[in-house]
Design a protein. Sequence first.
Length: 141
Amino acid sequence: METSQTKSYKKLQVDTATPIGLVIMLYDRAIVLLHKAKNEISEKQYEAKGHTLDKASDIIMELITTLDKDKGGEIAFSLANLYNFVLREINDANTKLNTKSLDSAIKILSELRESWESIKDSKEIDAMSQDHSITQLDISG
């Protein structure tokens, strides 16, 4: 259970993050949730797995809906395709209890996270940060 201090700290992190920082936070949370869902599948906690994967799907949907395809161009379209693939893998894991699908989704999100992290402080930040315009999404859990 989170304390009010922990929630306040997380809210401050989100409120003060750059657009790229928010995208990285979303990747981090989605990856944590996918690992959690793998454990829930292994432990046959199917109801909990469903809730966990719903939260992960919400994060991926937020990433999709905040893509700016006009400014992001080909990169934004490629990201949308990757996010849609991740959603299909999450759905496969949810319906077929397939942890390999979650491994695939985790790998993709981890690689995307690394890419965003590597450009976070580069001069490309202005162009790339326009690919997402994050709205309010509760990533706390």
